[in-house]
Structures are given as structure tokens and as C-alpha cells.
Design a binder for this molecule. Structure first.
Ligand code: FMN
Length: 373
């Protein structure tokens, strides 16, 4: 049998800021081991808990009604409110697990979930909830993101990251990307800073839930105060790592940075970002690049969009197949998100912070302090 080295099983992300998540949705608990965190960074349980609370189920009637407290326990790597530079382990125990809700999917593959592919790969799967494919896995990412969000401002004083719902199904929000703040995002349960659009989105999700169906949408994320120089040639380009981070999230279907797919309908003369001197710094007059050129940050806002599909598990009866290969039907039971986007906002932010933190440490490691500040 071929031997795989630690880290090759796809449970670890990052080079210097290394994040390994563990756990299944209905097992004992879910968590993360973070290796490579610098020492002496202030971090409290409350700061990690605040981020986990934004991800938690049951926050509003628009999300799954699974009632999880998601209380975090820091098991290692932090002493008297400061990181030690040693591995940080954070654990959240599963409490409100109802495996009986999933008995039917022990034998029937949910269309467009991970049941069939996990069984095809491993020949065994924990059918309770989504097992390892469940969005509960992202608890570890959000906890690691909370740590990354503390490291980045220690390096770059103006660092700020904000994600928000930009679209649900066909409802598109109007948002000023350059001024939006986290408090604008947190003003409603949808996490969409356009209050009028958020209202329409909320009633659409309610209607869709009532019909036993689901919807998807788009989350946009913007990182400000990132200096030029973050990102590595060639396979670890900043945008490539952001894309991998985002597409590693459950239910994601697309990623675009800057102008993204609209660039395909523009000319070079429209799309290029002209350089100019502003406030004594080299800046660009426009930002179709999304703050990344040649895979390296250019000091402008880094912004990208992530497409999320409609939740796979729905109450509608659908055609499927059993583990013994018989054609059958499935109308799923259990508690599910009719739309995953409101809860995915802090997860997108967390993964972006993890990528930026990893690249910040890599930039520090080459010893240059960023000539073009
Ligand atoms: C915040 C969040 C909540 C989710 N909740 C559910 C859910 O309640 N039911 C479900 O079927 N899928 C849910 N998902 C998506 C599944 O985990 C995902 O679709 C599944 O693992 C298959 O992977 P794929 O969609 O990436 O191919 C959620 C995803 C996120 C990001």
C-alpha cells in the first residue's frame, strides 16, 4: 500500500500558518490545531467565541434549527491571554446531535450531497448528519480565522476584513464595497448591508423553506490595509490560495476576484488599472485586478466573490439510489439550512484571514519589509 505523509490527506491548510481541522458532525466534537502562530499575540476565549457565535446554527428562523451552543475550549497554545508560539488546539463538543433524523440516509444517497462520493472513496461513512462533509467542520476554520484576525492587525495596523451577502437567488444587493463595515453587515439576520434587499431575501428564504426547497447566492469579501508584496510565484499565488480556500468550503461552486468573469467582456483599455501617485504612495486609479497582480498583492483592496449552491438536503421528494444499488425516492428529514449564505459569511472571512495570515508570515520570512508601502 502506498504510504502517505502527514499533511497529504487534505485536512491541513497553509504553509507557515498551518490549520488542521478534525471531527464529524455527530461525533464527540469538532476542532482545530493551529501550528505556526507567532507568540505573544493577545487572544481570549471571548474573541474566538464571538466568531463562532456568528457561524452557529439557530441564530434566526432563517437558518437550521439545530440548537448548538458551540462553546469553544482552548486546550493548548494560549497562556494568560497570549499565544505561546506552540500549537493551539481548540475544541467544540457536539451537543444537539439527533442521529435518528438521518437513519434513512444511511441507505439512501442524498442527491448532490457527499454521501455517495464518501462511500465510493472510503467504503464506509458516518451517515449521521454530513459526517466530515458537514458544515460543522468549518467550526475549526472559524476558530483559526479568529486567531488569524488577531495576528494580521498586529502586522498591518490598518488591516480590516469584511464579508457580506451580495446576492440570494435573483435578488442582488447594492453595496458600496469600499465603505462597508462589519456593523453594517451584522444589522440583519441575512448579513446583507443593503437593508431593502435583505428584507426581500429574508421573505424569499421563508417562502422557499415553506416549500421544502432551498436557494443559493453570492458572498463578497473585501480585505483592506494589506500592503503590497503578499503572494508567491507561481503555484501559491495569492488569488490561487484564496480560490482554493473558498472552493474548499462546503456548497461553493464558483470564485472570482476583481472583475472576474466580467473581464471577458471588456477591452484592455477599459480593464487595465492605471498607476498614479496618491498620498505619496503608488496606487491604481481603478481596481479591476481585485488587489492582486501576478499573484502578489498590490496594496489596493483585495475583493472576491464566492458562489454558493442551494442547500442539497431538501424536503422535496427526489429520485435517488440505495447503497444496494436500487432505484428509490428520498424526501429528506432533519434540520437544514434553506439557504447557507447568512451562516457562511463568517466562514468566508475566516478562510480569507487564514490565507492572508499565511502569506503575511511568508513575506516576513523572506526578510523584506515591503519597499512599496
Ligand atoms: C454554513 C453552511 C451550512 C450548511 N448547511 C447544510 C444543511 O443544512 N444541509 C445540507 O444538505 N447541506 C448544508 N451545507 C452544505 C453541505 O455541507 C455540502 O453541500 C455537502 O458537504 C456537499 O459538498 P459540496 O456541496 O461542496 O459538493 C451547508 C454549508 C454551509 C457553508
Amino acid at each position: 500500500m502506498p504510504v502517505l505523509q502527514y499533511g497529504q490527506m487534505g485536512n491541513t491548510f497553509g504553509r507557515l500558518f498551518r490549520v488542521t481541522t478534525f471531527g464529524e458532525s455527530h461525533g464527540g466534537g469538532i476542532g482545530v490545531v493551529i501550528d505556526g502562530c507567532p507568540p505573544n499575540i493577545d487572544i481570549s476565549d471571548a474573541e474566538i467565541q464571538r466568531e463562532l457565535d456568528r457561524r452557529r446554527p439557530g441564530q434566526s428562523k432563517l437558518t437550521t434549527q439545530r440548537k448548538e451552543e458551540d462553546r469553544c475550549e482552548i486546550l493548548s497554545g494560549v497562556f494568560e491571554g497570549k499565544t505561546l508560539g506552540t500549537p493551539i488546539t481548540i475544541l467544540v463538543r457536539n451537543k444537539d446531535a439527533r442521529p435518528e433524523d438521518y437513519v434513512e440516509i444511511a441507505r439512501k444517497f442524498r442527491p448532490s450531497h457527499a454521501d455517495f462520493t464518501y462511500e465510493a472513496k472510503y467504503g464506509i461513512r458516518n451517515w449521521q448528519g454530513g459526517g466530515r462533509a458537514s458544515a460543522r467542520e468549518t467550526i475549526g476554520r472559524v476558530a483559526a480565522g479568529a486567531v488569524a484576525k488577531k495576528i494580521l492587525p498586529a502586522f498591518y495596523s490598518e488591516f480590516e476584513i469584511v464579508a457580506y451577502v451580495a446576492q440570494i437567488h435573483e435578488i442582488i444587493a447594492k453595496i458600496n464595497r469600499s465603505t462597508v463595515k462589519m456593523r453594517d453587515v451584522e444589522q440583519n439576520a441575512i448579513r446583507c448591508p443593503d437593508a431593502a434587499a435583505a428584507k426581500k431575501m429574508a421573505s424569499l428564504i421563508e417562502q422557499i423553506r415553506g416549500e421544502g426547497d432551498s436557494v443559493g447566492g453570492v458572498i463578497e469579501c473585501v480585505a483592506r490595509g494589506v500592503p503590497p508584496g503578499l503572494g508567491e510565484p507561481v503555484f501559491d499565488k495569492l488569488e490561487a490560495d484564496l480560490a482554493k480556500a473558498m472552493l474548499s468550503l462546503p456548497a461553493t461552486k464558483g470564485f472570482e476576484i476583481g472583475s472576474g468573469f466580467t473581464a471577458t467582456r471588456m477591452r484592455g483599455s477599459e480593464h487595465n488599472d492605471p498607476f498614479e501617485m496618491r498620498g505619496g504612495k503608488i496606487r491604481t486609479a481603478t481596481n479591476n485586478s481585485g488587489g492582486v497582480q501576478g499573484g502578489i498583492s498590490n496594496g489596493e483592496e483585495i475583493y472576491f466573490r464566492v458562489a454558493f449552491k442551494p442547500t442539497a438536503t431538501i424536503a422535496h421528494e427526489q429520485k435517488t439510489v440505495t447503497t444496494s444499488r436500487e432505484q428509490t425516492k428520498l424526501a429528506a428529514r432533519g434540520r437544514h439550512d434553506p439557504c447557507v449564505l447568512p451562516r457562511a459569511v463568517p466562514i468566508v472571512e475566516a478562510m480569507a484571514a487564514i490565507v492572508l495570515c499565511d502569506h503575511a508570515l511568508r513575506q516576513k520570512a523572506i526578510g523584506l519589509r515591503g519597499r512599496w508601502k
